[in-house]
Write a new protein. Structure first.
Length: 402
């Protein structure tokens, strides 16, 4: 058998050593150093570790502990983590800093699994979110009548913050089961609804199971969400054109988007809402609009959005390379030439309203190929006491891929 790695990551639950597998116990018995948060160390009696093993408290902030851990290479170290270290845990952070042969992991029972088992919920149909270090707005896309979620929170005080958020979003009737210290002797479950629970106190570690209820607005799943979801100053790709644009961009898992001329950020945000593996960079020359984009993204619960204040093409230097690019405003010959020559060969979608930009796209299609689409939309508007069709400016869209 090959030599054991110097680092072992052990998932520890509230039941302490009683929940450890034989491999975890063996690693602890051989460890020179046991490194973990004070709460985890307190769950592990001294008899479970080798005589003379050193115990180290993981410091705050977390990154300081990572740096200290890297200095322990060459010694037999066990790091204690909660439950399954690779499900919203510390495992992935540590693994990114190490080669595969340096570490091994023995997960414990995940909090999500314990919570689902208490409630009888099918875990594969339950959204599981780690909100101990993320904003509560990450819940927003999940807020729909009857949806079930299990969320991890940073501490007991965060339960009241969760309740306040649900009430503010119109989902105060949501049923909650607050679960403290799951799987251990201090386990306690409290059932209530969001609007009636905010004044109670809870102890960490804590997770909450939600059955969403209420009359709050539900964020649709399809692209082309109503414009009202996006704070804007009029600079926004309107809903029907946005739906056509997202279809043309055709996001695929793991891809990165450049949204040039972000406006309200609606294209980049809807790109991110399509799948959690996606990422995006929005480039917007006006600082007030850039701030508005960041606010829209935060409110709608999307992550992995970088907002850059600047003008393209100069602002494109040193950005993560794109798989797809959308230009909704500010397209000129210099920017077009820059994008067509981009070494990564990203898919390009550009929309034009003015005759000058339309002429640029027509010429680009003649030279490089791709698809041109002209969209003319009309909506009902009053004409005196009656109604008629009011035409919007037509939009010309060029879609091109090398």
């Amino acid at each position: 058998m090959s030599e054991a790695p110097w680092l072992t990551i052990v998932g520890l639950g509230e039941d302490g050593p009683d929940g450890l597998c034989a491999a975890s116990r063996s690693a602890l018995a051989r460890a020179e150093i046991v490194f973990g948060p004070p709460r985890h160390l307190s769950l592990l009696p001294a008899r479970e570790t080798a005589p003379g093993a050193e115990r180290l408290d993981w410091p705050v902030p977390f990154a300081d502990g990572v740096a200290r851990l890297m200095g322990l290479r060459g010694r037999q170290v066990v790091v204690l983590a909660s439950g399954d270290p690779f499900w919203f845990g510390a495992g992935a952070v540590l693994a990114r800093r190490l080669s595969r042969g340096e570490w091994r992991a023995f997960p414990g029972r995940a909090t999500f699994s314990l919570a689902a088992a208490r409630l009888g919920w099918p875990l594969e149909r339950t959204a599981c979110l780690g909100l101990h270090a993320a904003p509560l707005a990450r819940l927003r896309p999940q807020m729909a009548q009857g949806q079930r979620l299990i969320v991890l929170l940073r501490d007991g005080a965060a339960v009241a913050e969760l309740c306040d958020y649900l009430v503010a979003q119109g989902f105060g009737a949501t049923g909650l089961t607050v679960m403290e210290c799951l799987g251990g002797p201090r386990e306690r479950l409290t059932e209530s609804c969001a609007e009636a629970l905010a004044d109670k106190s809870f102890a960490a570690p804590v997770c909450v199971a939600l059955e969403v209820a209420g009359q709050g607005a539900v964020l649709p799943l399809a692209s082309g969400r109503p414009d009202s979801w996006f704070d804007n100053d009029g600079q926004i790709t309107k809903r029907p054109i946005r739906a056509l644009t997202l279809s043309a961009l055709a996001p695929r898992p793991g891809e990165h988007l450049w949204d040039i001329g972000g406006g309200s950020g609606s294209i980049g945000i809807e790109w991110l809402l399509a799948d959690p593996s996606l990422s995006a960079t929005t480039i917007e020359p006006r600082a007030d609009r850039a701030a508005r984009i960041a606010g829209n993204a935060a409110r709608l619960g999307v992550e992995r959005l970088q907002v850059v204040t600047g003008a393209a093409p100069a602002a494109l230097d040193r950005l993560p390379p794109p798989d797809a690019v959308f230009v909704g405003g500010g397209l000129g010959p210099e920017l077009l030439a820059h994008l067509v020559r981009h070494p990564g060969g990203p898919r390009l979608v550009a929309n034009a309203v003015t005759l000058e930009t339309e002429a640029l796209l027509v010429a680009a299609q003649a030279e490089h190929g791709g698809d041109l689409l002209r969209v003319a939309l009309s909506s009902v508007a009053p004409i005196g006491p009656k109604r008629g069709w009011k035409s919007a400016y037509p939009v010309v869209q060029w879609r091109w891929a090398r």
